[in-house]
Ligand binder design. Sequence first.
Ligand code: UT7
Length: 324
Amino acid sequence: MADCSRLVGFGGYLPEKIVTNQELSQRVDTSDEWIRERTGIKQRHIISGHETCNFMAAAAAQQAMEYAGLTSDDIDAIVVATCTPDQIFPTTAAKVQQILGIKRGFAFDVSSACAGFVFGLSVADNFIRNGQAKNVLLIGSEVYSRILDWSDRRTCVLFGDGAGAVVLSAEEITDTNKQNGILGVYLHTDGHYSDLLYVDGVPGQTGDACLLKMHGQEVFRHAVTKLSEVVEEALIAHHLTHDDIDWLVPHQANLRIITGMGKKLNLPLDRVVATVDRHANTSAASVPLALNEAVRDGRIQKGDLVVIEALGGGLSWGSSIIRL
Ligand code: UT7
């Protein structure tokens, strides 16, 4: 009998240092009012001191393992979604394995910018469905503060650092639970839009810092249409309607995109998890951080039907439907 993947553990880490809009307005020509009105962001967390991509990933993963009641001996695979690792290699996942004292299994990173967690979810889910792993740690960990142009007000106000993690565990599919766990993951990329959101190099390639560039309005337009299409695609595939959804846990890029998605799905806003006001856009960490928050504060309950979605550089985008 085949297995499905259940989400059984949740964790998160946010850097200690908080940077408010007010503080940013002293560095670039912006204002708290503009940032709140156009994005919903009030503050972001930025790494300092001992905090790194590896450190945050391991801290979030440790919490997720504890939530799941698992130890390092139980983990078969570690997948980290990041495009801001501390080193090109070894991977962040290998460093997490070392930090957490996990002595078995395999570990690697996936890179798909802000859609990284959804792409990683598909990879992890497939390992479980194929019987290659029973327990997978999936982490999104990002340090965008390293790739931001702190003199560009159009981008530097939008992002923050952080990590979120989940544990996926195999559960045998029976007639009574076949609608549980990750029902499906739906992924898309259109490389023809690769110049809308990109980092202009890799460290060492040009001798310059590699910095994030974005055509914000264009990305906004694609996000609004592509995210609603990919959520509809997932619902149709599982013969579900908007009324079946208990929670939307969207990528946290802009509150206007988030509330727009909620309206399209006919969900009251208190059924849409938003953390963008406090976390800003943490790229691949944004969905697992939001999921962690809403599970731990009791909003999302076991048995709820949760829709997640994300879009980022590539352009790449995806969605998943999960019965928790
Ligand atoms: O996670 C990956 C996916 N990313 C996204 O989904 C982000 C999608 N894009 C967005 O969220 C929005 O496009 C932004 C928040 C990036 C920008 O908001 P917007 O309403 O599209 O603003 P805009 O780019 O059209 O800029 C409007 C004005 C411009 O001034 P002018 O040319 O009209 O005089 C900008 O220069 O606002 C100006 N502006 C700012 N003003 C104060 C841009 N950034 C700022 C700023 N503070 N930080």
